[in-house]
Design a protein around this ligand. Sequence first.
Ligand SMILES: Nc1nc(=O)c2c([nH]1)NC[C@@H]1CN(c3ccc(C(=O)N[C@@H](CCC(=O)O)C(=O)O)cc3)C=[N+]21
Length: 283
Amino acid sequence: MAELIDGKQLAKQVNAQTKQAVAELKSNGILPKLVVIIVGNDEASEIYVRNKHRKAEQVGIISETKRLPENTTQTELLNLIDQYNQDPTVHGLMVQAPLPPQIDEAAVTRAILPIKDADGFNPENVGNLYSNSDLNFPVSCTPKGIMTMLKAYGVQLEGANAVIVGRSNIVGRPMAALLLNASATVTVVHSHTKDMKRFTRQADILIVATGIAHLIKGEDIKPGATVIDVGMNRDENGKLTGDVDFESATTVAGKITPVPGGVGPMTIASLMQQTVELAKWSE
Ligand SMILES: Nc1nc(=O)c2c([nH]1)NC[C@@H]1CN(c3ccc(C(=O)N[C@@H](CCC(=O)O)C(=O)O)cc3)C=[N+]21
């Protein structure tokens, strides 16, 4: 059986550190504040946004959730973003995905001021990540949390064969950049890759973010590999399950994350951590 990478437990440690960092900031007169904008009534988004709000309050971050109706126009959303951009009490700002069809997601990510970009999706921040800049800049919270997990569990990154399944802007692409910056040999495979499993079987570190339940099985994994499951799929009983078939994978892998209790809690912990960093950098 593989060693379990306990995201829930590690998130508790990260949140405790964040709570301390918030207390220090407050003693210097800075009250870190996060604003989350949610447009429409996506059920899953509501749950995530509520979890973020609750966690922010627990660590002492001022949290505001702004709910906009499904029929909000692009102009209305951009005007609101501009208001928060100009508000000096706001340090972190994010717009929850998915957005209704009349809203251009790329335009939204461009509108959020890079220094308040809690998600790290603004092209300026993505450019800093891809060029391995030594400046301070925010990065996408899911890959940020995964890097924290890999480090906490002593996974060797330098020279490791890292294979990422999925090429999204939110996970696959920033994950590839972070691992490349950490001197791993990085391969990104996706829906157009020929014989994808030929690559996964070579991976020392395998990161799976596809949204396809149980795509990766034990036979697709290199013995002893570290397996990170970013998948969040609901089965027919409403039970949460990953992109990795945990039961077969755990007999082959060296280390593995569960779903739930793996990447999810670390994503939220990383968002809190990043909000505090943005507040610090704003000093
Ligand atoms: N602009 C934007 N930024 C995001 O970071 C973002 C987003 N939009 N839209 C949706 C996804 C999804 N996401 C999750 C965060 C935490 C859990 C989480 O805490 N999961 C728990 C359990 C949750 C449950 O039981 O339902 C776990 O895996 O253990 C899941 C999913 C952030 N996202």
